[in-house]
Ligand binder design. Sequence first.
Ligand code: ADP
Ligand code: ASP
Ligand code: MG
Length: 439
Amino acid sequence: MNKVVKFGGSSLSCAEQFEKVGHIIGLDKDRRYVVPSAPGKRDSKDRKVTDLLYETYELAVNKEDFSGVFAEIESRYNDIIKGLKLGVSLKDEFATIRKNLKNGIGSDYVASRGEYLNGILLADYLGYAFVDAAEVIFFDKDGNFDSEKTYKVMREKLEGIERAVIPGFYGSMPDGTIKTFSRGGSDITGSIVARSVKADVYENWTDVSGFFVADPRIITDPENIEMITYSELRELSYMGASVLHEDAIFPVRREGIPINIRNTNKPEDNGSWIVQSTGQKSRFVITGIAGKKGFCSVNIEKDKMNSEVGFGRKVLQAFEDNNISFEHMPSGIDTMTIIVHQDEFIEKEQRVVSEINRLTHPDNIDIESDLALIAVVGRGMRSSKGTSGRIFSALAHANVNVKMIDQGSSELNIIIGVKNEDFENAIRAIYNIFVVAQL
Ligand code: ADP
Ligand code: ASP
Ligand code: MG
């Protein structure tokens, strides 16, 4: 057996957490490849090292003094070294980073140092080899993940190493500069390592005992999901269930490697299993609920729109020409709605509207901002009737006005649009009707 284990920021935030991680790894000799994040928050008021690093970068770019924040970062690592009585010193590493910051190095390099330095410490603590992610994870010249090169080089490298620590979050560009994935991207690194070494399982250790039916910051003590499919998880993580990065399933999905979400602070809990497919019924009709705020809807009305060939294409053209991707597109006979990210759309709003006008001569265009989207996801919805009806009535009871509802053709998800201010209430209402009422 061969397991890849990724530990998130809070799992490696201080010496005490390192000890828990060391204990977990020591319990199972199959935990051979370890992917660490940068030190995260030690308590709710603390700051993540990655955020501190971005701050030093901003200060350096503006030619301001970054020494105060940098000292904070240094002390985070030095506390870990001291707490664990490690023999290693990061003095030279800090000096290099400081020098690079002064010389105007890119923000990705700076942010990546969080996992790089934590990786050095963890490797020393565990007695594992340290493999710099820059040597085994590659991006192409356009900045896209170069899967072919990465899997080949990483496989060859790790074949000869029995046990290694590979820092998460970053890799290198063809010219050798450092590039990171988007925030939370150490989850992706873990998945890439798992795929490269054809791991039997990818364990993702975090600060919760698995994937919950809903965000624990909205629902107190939500039910745990024992088993969830890659597709369900992708829908939920894309829509804000941040426990796993939305792109983290792609590498393991091809090889059918299961992901096990586990809690570093409660290693005895089984956590959640994310698998290719399962005959196991989920406990409830729905598997999970997730959502995000900050969307806009652009409603276009035109009589007999439905019979006008090419109407939809022209509308989408207006978005494409302004480089805006759309999230959803529910439509009626004479209406069509395009849902977009508010922050992307708002500055280009008038350009898009005038182009829609020019291309399609609609009767009316109406824009509504501050919308939230909620995804209700579940393989069980395929075989269960009346799910959207139940959602509607639960939301009506909770006094939530539904702005939009869109059922994916896979019957795996239903997307609901509500006002931002109704977001939490709507999630509670849906959770109550499908979960609390069934317990
Ligand atoms: P890590 O630093 O270990 O990668 P993250 O903070 O990225 O951890 O992800 C774990 C957090 O995700 C949890 O602490 C929880 O607040 C949040 N979260 C959001 N939605 C969910 C969900 N549906 N189930 C579990 N956790 C969730
Ligand atoms: N440290 C990075 C972040 O804070 C990556 C990660 O934690 O996965 O986004
Ligand atoms: Mg994370």
